[in-house]
Design a protein around this ligand. Structure first.
Ligand SMILES: Nc1ncnc2c1ncn2[C@@H]1O[C@H](COP(=O)(O)OP(=O)(O)O)[C@@H](O)[C@H]1O
Ligand SMILES: [Mg+2]
Length: 414
């Protein structure tokens, strides 16, 4: 479930172990020696500290041992509760792994500049953890609320028999915006952020958790909820046993979560309301989707992108289909050059990617176009062979799905 205590440097393999991108271990060029300087902030999944390593300052994100409900996969069903099944889901989705995969993708594709720079992962050794705790006394069990459960001790290392080491990710130190600070982002900055959102999606990364407090140096920086292709949500070829209905459910889920990046972006505009003039300027100059905040612009976007004869029909689209990213090609190339200090030429991302129209009825499209919140299936289910299915297809979950769709005002599927 979690990486065990390493015995030698050879144990520090790129993480996680499932198919797709991986993040290499941070290179200490010698013994692990970290100076813990200052507590910078926290989130649901982590504590972030300013640290010094070999004379250089970094931001170190130290991951908690969180509850299974706090990441996409296990859901509230204990059907996935065995170590083996949880591990399957965790490889793709558990916050540390999700973040390793997103940064791994940016590195292998040569697009690290779309986020804050990342320098690898660390498994904190006992000596450093002791020094950390002497100074900061951090709680690693649970989410960012007080937890009585020994979640770290739940899965002892298969080799060591001990609770696992704390997992960290090293990033460049940057500046943040306080959540309630008056923020006035410029139009060029917000345009760039939208472009980067779409580019990340072109690289097969979505669910960016776009929020003001997650921006570091005005870049996206928190990928602990990100989904990176290939993923059990997006990639039917990981499971040969999926039914057509399963695949349809996965597609819808992927689509809604892709859309949620735009909704989160639009939401962020609302926080910049200390200066109404600036906000109206932003709303006027920034592209939003049909059904977004700016009907005038939305109409223009549809006019430009939809063949005229289709204008009478309501449709819903995402700016790009993240599933189309060719993950096999980059993963193979990355494996070949891993450890070799050679820059591969990066693939150019189209400035105008093909839009992803959801295959749905006009009525559904109208509903989707008016939505802002997250869509989610009832969960995911791992079978005994380790294949992952959307759990809404499970017997008995139909009612749950019906209720969800009814709440959303959507027609029931039969
Ligand atoms: N690179 C960084 N430089 C400075 N502060 C940071 C950096 N990364 C994170 N932080 C601070 O730590 C907080 C939590 O980090 P984040 O990556 O969002 O963790 P979580 O996934 O738990 O939400 C941020 O809101 C920010 O205040
Ligand atoms: Mg965060």
């Amino acid at each position: 479930m979690y990486p065990d205590w390493p015995e030698t440097a050879a144990d520090l393999v790129p993480q996680p172990l499932c198919p797709g991108p991986k993040l290499a271990a941070f290179d200490f060029q010698g013994p692990q020696d970290i100076e813990f300087l200052e507590y910078l902030g926290e989130g649901l999944h982590s504590h972030v500290l300013r640290v010094k390593i070999k004379g250089q300052e970094y931001a170190l994100k130290l991951f908690r041992f969180g509850y299974d409900e706090s990441w996409i996969g296990p859901g509230q069903y204990n059907a996935n509760g065995t170590r083996a099944k949880l591990t399957v889901l965790a490889q793709y989705s558990e916050p540390f792994n999700a973040e390793c995969r997103a940064f791994g993708r940016l590195q292998e594709a040569g697009y690290s500049e779309l986020a804050i720079p990342c320098y690898g992962y660390i498994l904190l050794d006992e000596e450093n953890e002791r020094r950390l705790q002497d100074k900061f006394n951090l709680e690693f069990n649970g989410d960012n609320e007080i937890s009585e459960d020994d979640l770290r001790g739940r899965f002892l290392g298969e080799r060591s028999g001990k609770p696992p080491p704390v997992r960290c990710i090293v990033k460049a130190l940057g500046s943040t915006h306080a959540r309630n600070d008056p923020v006035n982002f410029s139009v060029p900055m917000m345009r760039r952020l939208f472009r980067e959102t779409v580019q990340l999606q072109q690289l097969g990364i979505f669910c960016h958790d776009t929020r003001i407090e997650n921006l570091i140096n005005d870049k996206l920086a928190d990928f602990s909820t990100a989904i990176t292709v290939p993923h059990f949500m997006t990639t039917p070829e990981l499971n040969p046993l999926l039914t057509a209905k399963d695949i349809e459910d996965m597609e819808l889920e992927t689509f809604m979560r892709t859309m949620s990046d735009y909704w989160a972006y639009i939401e962020m505009l609302f926080f910049m309301d200390r200066n109404p003039a600036q906000r109206s300027k932003l709303l006027d100059k920034i592209p939003v989707l049909p059904g977004g905040l700016n009907p005038h612009l939305a109409k223009r976007l549809v006019l430009r992108d939809t063949p005229r004869r289709k204008l009478g029909h309501q449709r819903v689209f995402a700016m790009v289909d993240p599933r189309r990213y060719d993950w096999k090609a980059t993963s193979a190339a990355a494996a070949e050059t891993r450890g070799v200090r050679k820059r591969r030429p990066r693939k150019t991302l189209s400035a105008k990617p093909e839009l992803w129209y959801l295959n749905c009825t006009p009525e559904e499209a109208i509903k989707f176009n008016n939505r802002r919140d997250d869509y989610h299936t009832t969960g995911w289910r791992v079978d005994d062979a380790g294949f992952v299915f959307p759990a809404s297809t499970e017997l008995g979950h139909q009612e749950f799905e019906d209720e969800t769709r009814r709440k959303q005002g959507l027609p029931l599927r039969r």
